[in-house]
Design a protein around this ligand. Sequence first.
Ligand code: SF4
Length: 421
Amino acid sequence: MNVADSELVASILNKNDFTIVDNIDDAEIIIFNTCSVRQHAEDRVLGRISNEISRKNSNTQLKIGVIGCMAQRLGNKLQKQNEKIDFVVGTDQYKKLPEIIMYLFENPGFRSDTIINNKEIYEDIFPIHTGKLNAFITIMRGCNNFCSYCIVPYVRGRERSRDVEDIINDVHKTGKQGFKDVTLLGQNVNSYNYQGIDFAELLRRVNKVETIKRIRFVTSHPKDLSDEVIEVMANSEKICEHLHLAMQSGDDEILRSMNRGYKADHFNNIVQKLRRAVPDIAITSDVIAGFPGETQAQFKRTYDLMKKIEFDYAFTFKYSPREGTKAAKFNDHIPEETRLDRLQQLINLQQDITLKKYKDQIGKVKEIYVEKLSKRSNEELAGKSRDFKITVFKGDKSLIGTFVNVRITDAVGWTLKGKEV
Ligand code: SF4
């Protein structure tokens, strides 16, 4: 979502005669687009800001700004933490950035705007796609779910969906620009609804756009993933065989305390339905270890469900309290040491599963969208399969941007190796 927002901001600034420089030394303005989802992300960006701010010693005109969820969450407090920050702009006020920046060049000082606007959807702005060959298309903003650990609804406001026609036009235009793989984005895409058009219908329409070849979407909330969406996934040739579906926990009591709106059985049933409807689908997930109150037995249920389901990959996190959320106020926080230990157990489990899943691919022929030269060799190309696995094979760089069938011969870590067929 932040990459997509950076592309949106780049477009807003570009329309107002600002340009992106390749080298940070040439920049007159440095903007940090920030994430608030975990404390770690905030700590890291504060470090980055401190590093870059020393540039002001030699370039007194340099302006440094902070945007995104952390800007929205902390507002003016950010300037108190680092008084050399020139501007702080929240997630719904990006259209004001050109005016704010120009004002600061005339009137040095500090400016901020973090007013939440639950109607802002940036409808009329076509982003500058910065990906190699894959592009993000935002279909909705905000979230209404209030999972008890999550800061997103507080910093991105309520859910609102973009006009279906605008989305289709953007997808078409994106495809014409050469991006054949598009990812539809939203905090909870399954609850997309624009004047009665739901996500299943949106997918059907996007599938008809001729200029693209692959469709992905994130993020899907398990409580809102309908049978109809699964059916559309099964019957739409462009929708890739990959779904990211956040499980978060395998214990009903913890799921209830997280305010996730589903039980472990429901999650498991959806996975089975998906696997029946879309053979060879890769399912990836997010899982939290050490949520407040999580007992050893409850953790074990999460561990066991992960083991039973066998995700292709899972992003595992130790619970990170976010100030302002309901869970941060719970009084049964798990000691850091236990959270880390549980996290490590999940990481070890998932590593073994992922390796097995990747080895299972050996012998299969996969369609690879070739993105670039591989990092290791100029004679090798790298791209992604429809089920979102990075695949490397020998080939000429003229194949970049094309779709190539590759027989998988090996799996090394999280990378598949193969030969063009
Ligand atoms: S669905 Fe839950 S976890 Fe996802 S953005 Fe909304 S509140 Fe956060």
